[in-house]
Design a protein around this ligand. Structure first.
Ligand code: NAP
Length: 263
């Protein structure tokens, strides 16, 4: 039996176990994916090695410490400075970030995107911005406060806080703030949001499973929109491929999506 887990704090609400366990059942792999609450991120690597975990996902707030403690960092994670996936290779911890390619996969259905504005400048925004810049897409970041913008300036994004924002036209507007997650707030002022959505075509919220005020406004402005379910699904699918070495086909992806929807 191979063991997998997700580390976070809190982790109780994570849907990753039901998504991955559905995938394991689909490929008939004897494996179990569970949740592990880790309070101090410094304990994560030791827990992973000592319990002989084959692979793990890492969620808030441990993605940065997991990056620092890994033995080897792969791909875009080097630029992002955060990882969400650990693989155990004979006791060596190999770390990846699948949030970034998961996001790119989630926006594929929008077709050719040339210009994106990201609302928010937290950990998720970093992964998204690195992925967009890597794909040669012009990226603007708008955040409530100024203090998180340096990372994005260094990445050669256009950066604004609410105080100095100059609106342009965008193909895609992404809400990566937590506004709307547990409240009914907008990620910017209503006027600013109306301005941004006015000439944009697509909208995506990283929050999943609910029609946020941001998505309501996108709908009102006749944008094509989606929530964060596909982003969550595809970061999971990409991690699953790393865990198992199995390339996910359509049926496997669908079984993981169904797993995600289990009550
Ligand atoms: N679908 C997925 O797979 C997926 C994956 C990861 C995260 N998410 C979602 O993405 C969101 C962000 O996560 P994160 O890890 O990047 O969080 P984070 O690092 O804590 O960053 C939060 C960001 O939201 C901004 N913010 C918070 N409340 C706000 C408000 N009321 N109005 C405007 N801005 C506000 C913060 O601005 P300041 O800098 O001014 O504080 C900051 O830029 C969460 O809702 C999370 O659930 C989804």
């Amino acid at each position: 039996m191979q063991n997998f887990t997700i580390y976070g704090n809190p982790v109780i609400h994570s849907k990753s176990p039901q998504m991955h366990n559905a995938g394991f059942r689909h490929i008939h792999l004897e494996a179990n994916y569970q949740k592990t609450l880790i309070e101090d991120g410094k304990d994560l690597k030791q827990n992973f090695i000592q319990n002989n975990i084959q692979g793990a996902n890492i969620t808030v707030p441990h993605k940065e410490v997991a990056f620092k403690d890994a033995d080897q960092i792969m791909g875009l994670a080097k630029e992002i400075g955060a990882v969400n996936t650990y693989i155990n290779e004979d006791g060596k911890v190999i770390a990846y970030n699948t949030d970034a390619p998961g996001f790119m996969k989630a926006i594929e259905e929008f077709g050719k995107i040339k210009k994106v504005i990201i609302l928010g400048a937290g950990g998720t925004a970093k992964a998204i911005a690195v992925a967009l810049k890597e794909a040669g897409i012009k990226t603007t970041v708008l955040n409530r406060s100024k203090n998180r913008l340096e990372f994005f300036r260094d990445l050669d994004c256009d950066v604004f806080s609410w105080d100095d924002f100059i609106c342009e036209d965008y193909d895609l507007v992404v809400n990566s703030t937590s506004a709307g997650l547990k409240d009914d707030s907008y990620p910017t002022s209503v006027e600013m949001l109306e301005d941004i959505l006015n000439d944009s075509t697509y909208a995506m919220d990283c929050i999943y499973g609910k029609m946020t005020p941001f998505l309501e406004k996108a709908k009102e402005n006749r944008l094509t929109f989606k929530d964060g379910e596909d982003m969550l699904l595809y970061q999971g699918v990409l991690a699953f491929e790393l865990f198992t070495g199995v390339k996910a086909d359509k049926d496997l992806v669908e079984s993981m999506r169904q797993g995600l929807k289990e009550a």
